[in-house]
Design a protein around this ligand. Structure first.
Ligand code: AAO
Length: 478
């Protein structure tokens, strides 16, 4: 359950938040596969409540385990998983089974047409009845582990996962997804469930489907959403032997550093010494769908697409430094924190429009299609398995390091030039900086970096350039 089952030459997943299955299938074939992305995290696949104004968060209020949402139906989902697997892109599903939909004021109708009666804790399309839930109470105190796990998170009806019927329904749902070829799960609100119940559920899961290219006896990858910035009643350590964990400390610390709240030179020992989980168990990201809009954890430290320059720098560091299982966020643009994805007048999610330059339109941000980001995906693949070497810094906010003899990266967050001869550890030659441009034929549309016989190169990053990063690697030698 710790292995994300990515192809050996790939390294990162992207969360295609609220995308439709048909659009994702095309994106796998046209972009993610060719660009070396290892996987996708998709929004919840099972039926959710239709909430007024269609906020994004309605998908975290399940009505049943029928696989019909605004992203598409079961057949479309199955087709997407198959097509993505075919081009080497694995699917991880955001699964919500801590709770069911909250009281809605009116009748609760789901995206698959099912009705439910949350006031009576009655969800006939599963079915779940009152007996399958904890008695109602609110979570007032995050220091009280019992409350966090047995009361209702923001009034969401709290399932009792100790009950065999509840476990069986959850298992049927997860096993169905395994049959369809997914590689694993992001377990929503894992912190709000008892580790022992999760152990039983995970322990009974089917092995991954070999017809989709997974080796026999492969366990689904599991990453649990456990927010632990320290100082609360529940520790991520209670969940580490069950699966990987969303390491929110990374999101907060990387945002703080690239916002200028911490010297970049301190990133030299990025990893466990910062209080993070061990690398193989930590899912690491700059922002997620919650904290990019002030939900969840991290507060004002979090960087998002809205602060594009430091965001790209933080993302380059997250992908450039060997720590954790990495995830990139791909957003729709928003002003209002409740606002759902771009939709037409009937409430259907709109497809992203891909412009001539490869970027997205029609309300989709598509950070994963920003050159500075997808070229770092390639960088990460090219340097896979190498260590950090020759760390250099100016004592403050200019840093650089090698990745073995495969890649080199430099950052400038100062208000003055970085202009230095630095050891790149690369064989002599001319390299194309994949941040300021790209290799086009035998040329480079961005900065060219001349590496001498001693491995050194003159590295220049001005404070007012579009990007505060420079990255070169063996795959883009001229
Ligand atoms: C919506 C409405 C609610 C309404 C409800 C029911 O907004 O007003 O009551 O419907 O009708 C999402 C949205 C919710 C939405 C929900 C259902 O975020 O707004 O409610 O769908 O539609 C906690 C959980 C964590 C959760 C996070 C948002 O522990 O699991 O809140 N994330 C997941 C999903 C998320 C989803 C759900 C769970 C529910 O990713 O999208 O909700 O399925 C502390 C605790 C954290 C806690 C936060 C926020 O964090 O440690 O565990 O997260 O508080 O309550 C500093 C601290 C940090 C602290 C943070 C905030 O950073 O260091 O520890 O401050 O205080």
């Amino acid at each position: 359950q710790f292995d994300p089952h990515q192809l050996p030459d790939r390294s990162t997943m992207v969360h295609l938040f609220e995308w439709k299955w048909d659009d994702i299938a095309l994106e796998c074939e046209n972009f993610l596969g060719p660009k070396g992305f290892a996987g996708i995290q998709v929004s919840p696949v099972n039926e959710n409540v239709i909430a007024p104004k269609r906020p994004w968060w309605e998908r975290y209020q399940p009505i049943s385990f029928i696989l019909t949402t605004r992203s598409g139906n079961e057949q479309q989902f199955a087709n997407m998983v198959k097509r993505c697997n075919k081009v080497g892109v694995r699917t991880y599903v955001d699964v919500v089974f801590n709770h069911m939909a909250a009281k809605q004021g009116g009748q609760a109708v789901g995206t698959g047409g099912s009705r439910a009666y949350p006031e009576n804790k009655d969800y006939p399309a599963v079915p779940f009845t009152n007996a399958d839930f904890h008695p109602s109470c609110g979570i007032q105190d995050y220091n009280d582990a019992y409350q966090v796990r047995n009361c209702e998170l923001v009034a969401l009806r709290d399932l009792n996962q100790t009950i065999p019927h509840v476990q069986n329904k959850i298992l049927e749902f997860l096993d169905r997804l395994v049959d369809l070829g997914v590689a694993g799960f992001r377990v929503d609100a894992a912190k709000h469930m008892w580790p022992n119940d999760l152990r039983v559920i995970y322990g009974s899961l089917k092995n991954l489907n070999t017809a989709h290219g997974f080796p026999p006896n492969s366990k689904p990858f599991i990453v649990q959403e456990v927010i632990d910035l320290g100082g609360e009643g529940i520790k991520r350590d209670e969940y580490v032997d069950l699966g990987a964990i969303t390491e929110f400390k990374v999101s907060a610390a990387i945002g703080k550093a690239f916002r200028g709240g911490d010297d970049l030179k301190n990133l030299k020992n990025w990893g466990e010494q910062w209080g993070f989980l061990e690398s193989s168990k930590a899912l690491v990201f700059v922002d997620n769908h919650d904290n990019q809009r002030g939900h969840g954890a991290g507060g004002a430290d979090i960087l998002t697409y809205k602060q594009s320059k430091p965001y790209k720098m933080a993302t380059a560091f997250n992908l450039g430094f060997p720590f954790g299982i990495t995830r990139i966020m791909s957003s729709f643009s928003f002003d209002d924190t409740d606002q759902g994805p771009p939709k037409d007048s009937s409430g259907n999610i709109k497809s992203p429009v891909i412009q001539k330059d490869g970027s997205c339109d029609a309300g989709w941000v598509c950070e994963h299609r920003w050159r500075q980001i997808y070229n770092m995906v390639e960088f990460q693949n090219q340097v896979k398995g190498t260590e950090v070497g020759n760390w250099w810094d100016n004592g403050k906010n200019q840093i650089a390091f090698c990745r073995g003899n495969a890649g080199f990266i430099a950052f400038n967050l100062e208000s003055f030039d970085l202009n230095q001869d630095i050891q790149t550890c690369l064989p002599a030659g001319t390299y194309c900086d994949v941040i300021s441009g790209d290799k086009v034929g035998s040329n480079c549309s961005g900065k060219k970096v001349l590496v001498g016989n001693d491995g050194k190169a003159r590295i220049i990053i001005g404070p007012n350039e579009d990007d505060g990063v420079l990255a070169i690697h063996k795959g883009k030698k001229l």
